[in-house]
Design a binder for this molecule. Structure first.
Ligand code: ZN
Ligand code: MN
Length: 258
């Protein structure tokens, strides 16, 4: 099978793949606490694993992940006050995305996919892409295209029902919960310790954000819902559904490599 990681290629091989029209997937994550039971890198490892499988399916390439992200927010990640969270200012994130995309465009890449694994990144990715497209237009490049997606948006209703029955708490409070923990149990079991999962109901927040955060609103575990029901089997199913869904979407949206 052809290699998919850009960083594993010598430059002539990379240049040839780009010339042949390969799309490039860029995983984007964060260094963020995910509870006492799990390492701090699921937001990087999960979109990377998904991107590599998708790239294998459709003949794409995967760039090294952007391993830092925008600040954890209380209602979606527990809050940036938690130990370990190592986050970027919004403007840094925006410029980082813009620069990486512009470099890919300079190499001749014309189809890029940002595979997001950290909820809070979304709008900063949008702005980075927008600034890059504007800059490329000024340089006379009009055929560069980019897709931004978050992998959990490809988990369909049937899969949600299989895993959560009637107890799906919503993706925002899935931070450190069943989705991420199951995927990590399947892909990186050495980075999860289910004995340390703290069982508690999904976090409840008022319908507004308060700054500075009131730490008492975040469950002491740092997770926004319990990972108790996570299993490696669920992880395998979630991975399959996400990879198939994203592969199909990209085949529809982009032209195949030659
Ligand atoms: Zn996460
Ligand atoms: Mn996150």
């Amino acid at each position: 099978m052809e290699k998919v990681r850009i960083s594993d290629l010598a430059w002539p091989d990379y240049a040839r793949r780009v010339k042949d029209g390969a799309m490039v997937l860029v995983p984007v994550g964060a260094l963020e606490q995910h509870g006492p039971h799990m390492s701090m890198n699921p937001d990087v490892l999960l979109p990377t694993a998904i991107a590599e499988r998708v790239a294998g399916n459709i003949g794409g390439l995967v760039a090294p992940a952007i391993a830092y992200g925008y600040k954890s927010q209380q209602q979606s990640g527990g809050g940036n006050h938690m130990p370990g969270n190592t986050s970027l200012d919004g403007q840094t994130m925006i410029c980082l995305v813009r620069d990486v995309l512009r470099e890919l465009a300079r190499h001749g890449v014309r189809q890029v996919v940002l595979v997001n694994g950290h909820y809070e990144n979304s709008m900063f990715l949008t702005e980075g892409v927008d600034l890059c497209l504007r800059e490329l237009r000024w340089s006379g490049i009009h055929d560069f295209r980019c897709i931004i997606l978050s992998y959990w948006d490809f988990i369909d209703e049937a899969t949600i029902r299989t895993i959560y029955a009637d107890d799906f708490p919503g993706w925002a409070v899935e931070h450190g919960g069943v989705l991420e923990t199951s995927l990590m149990l399947h892909l990186h079991p050495d980075l999860v310790n289910m004995d340390l999962v703290q069982d508690h109901p999904p976090a409840r927040f008022p319908p507004y954000d308060h700054f500075p955060v009131r730490p008492e609103l975040t469950p002491p575990s740092g997770c926004l819902s319990s990972a108790r029901r996570a299993t490696a089997e669920y992880g395998e199913l979630l991975l399959k559904v996400a990879v198939e869904g994203i592969s199909t979407a990209l085949r529809d949206a982009f032209e195949p490599a030659r």
